[in-house]
Design a protein around this ligand. Structure first.
Ligand code: FES
Length: 56
């Protein structure tokens, strides 16, 4: 499922980023540009990040 439409970032990409060591929104933003355009995806991206980090 796409989380960030503006930058075409899926839940899967976020999960892969977490598997690669990302644990915070600033890191995700730098790595995937998630939330850098309209910002509407920020709450969803944060939730997905939290779930992925909890799964580690
Ligand atoms: Fe992510 Fe717009 S949907 S910045």
């Amino acid at each position: 499922m796409i989380v960030c439409i503006c930058n075409n970032v899926s839940e899967r990409k976020i999960r892969q980023a977490v598997d690669g060591g990302m644990t915070s929104m600033p890191q995700l933003r730098d790595c995937l540009s998630v939330g850098t355009c309209c910002g509407k995806c920020h709450p969803h991206a944060k939730q997905v990040l939290r779930e992925c980090v909890a799964d580690i």
